[in-house]
Ligand binder design. Structure first.
Ligand SMILES: NC(=O)C1=CN([C@@H]2O[C@H](COP(=O)(O)OP(=O)(O)OC[C@H]3O[C@@H](n4cnc5c(N)ncnc54)[C@H](O)[C@@H]3O)[C@@H](O)[C@H]2O)C=CC1
Ligand SMILES: O=C([O-])CC(=O)C(=O)O
Length: 260
């Protein structure tokens, strides 16, 4: 499988190492990357033997079968449609882009017409299987997430003392914190939608992990799940599990017997 990458930050570098050097996905290679910073692109290209795509048009012309986005919500908004129209599948890290129902529906239409697929990894959380099963007969009543991170991982957070930075819907949360609360949108997509998923974001100077606490209830019973994530070494905003979940998505794609 030939892969192309958009974004050369924490997740991008981790994927290049895991796929091109450690060979964790059988028969897969990241053949090239596009990233905003040219210096970063050159360094990664040398280190991991991947081509540099100077723009997305050259990435689209390449013979990659699948594109992995590990950049930003805006990058998904800008490039997702043309990637799918070019016949390539897409794995999205910045799932916050899909909070917009119109955009979601537009990408879904393109996938149907072009026989392409979008894969949305579970990111820095879990429990999506429970929500999907519970909602299959429409009996999921409530879903919420409380995210607690150190202030260095959150924009505008005070360094002294715990503070609730946000309380409201996932739709509003991702508008205000597009780099920090993608988890609320994957949760919304598995469950009750972005308007009906509750989010609380807490900045906590005592926190050493990025923790996400999910509560859900419905006719199935109740779900209570806490993930205590170690951050990526070079970016406290991003949990290591988010990067691992992309590898898991790529593996799922090829599995003949699928769990969950
Ligand atoms: N779904 C989830 O649970 C999680 C999602 N994320 C999201 O994943 C994405 C990547 O995370 P990190 O690697 O930690 O971020 P990062 O900030 O370390 O790296 C982002 C990279 O994207 C590049 N970039 C930005 N805009 C671009 C554009 N328009 N075109 C091409 N390249 C562009 C930057 O130059 C940089 O190389 C972020 O949007 C982050 O919010 C992060 C953690 C969890
Ligand atoms: O990595 C995390 O813990 C969550 C995160 O940044 C996001 O959802 O955007």
């Amino acid at each position: 499988m030939k892969l192309a990458l958009i974004g050369g930050g924490n997740i991008g570098r981790f994927l290049l190492q895991s796929i091109n050097i450690d060979c964790l996905i059988p028969n897969a290679k990241i053949i090239g990357l596009h990233t905003r910073c040219q210096e970063q692109a050159k360094e990664l290209s040398r280190e991991f033997e991947a081509e540099i795509f100077e723009d997305v048009e050259s990435l689209l012309k390449s013979d990659a079968d699948l594109v992995i986005e590990a950049a930003t919500v805006e990058a998904v908004e800008e490039y997702a449609a043309s990637i799918l129209l070019s016949g390539k599948d897409l794995v999205v890290s910045s799932v916050g882009a899909l909070a917009d129902r119109e955009f979601y529906k537009c990408l879904e239409e393109i996938c149907i017409l072009n026989n392409t697929k979008i894969h949305l990894p579970s990111g820095a959380i879990g429990g999506l299987d429970v929500l999907k099963a519970a909602k299959s007969i429409g009996e999921l009543d409530s879903v919420s997430i409380i995210t607690r991170k150190p202030p260095q991982a959150l924009p505008g957070a005070p360094l002294d003392g715990e503070k609730v930075l946000f309380e409201g819907s996932a739709a509003e949360a991702i508008r205000l914190f597009p780099k920090n609360i993608n988890v609320s949108i994957i949760l919304s997509l598995a469950g009750l939608g972005a308007e009906n998923t509750g989010v609380k974001i807490i900045s906590d100077p005592a926190a050493r992990k990025n923790s996400h606490t999910i509560e859900a209830a419905g006719s199935f019973g109740k779900l209570s799940l806490q993930v205590e994530n170690d951050p990526m070494p070079n970016n406290p905003k991003t949990s290591y599990l988010a990067a691992l979940s992309i590898l898991a998505s790529l593996k799922n794609r090829d599995e003949m017997i699928r769990v969950g």
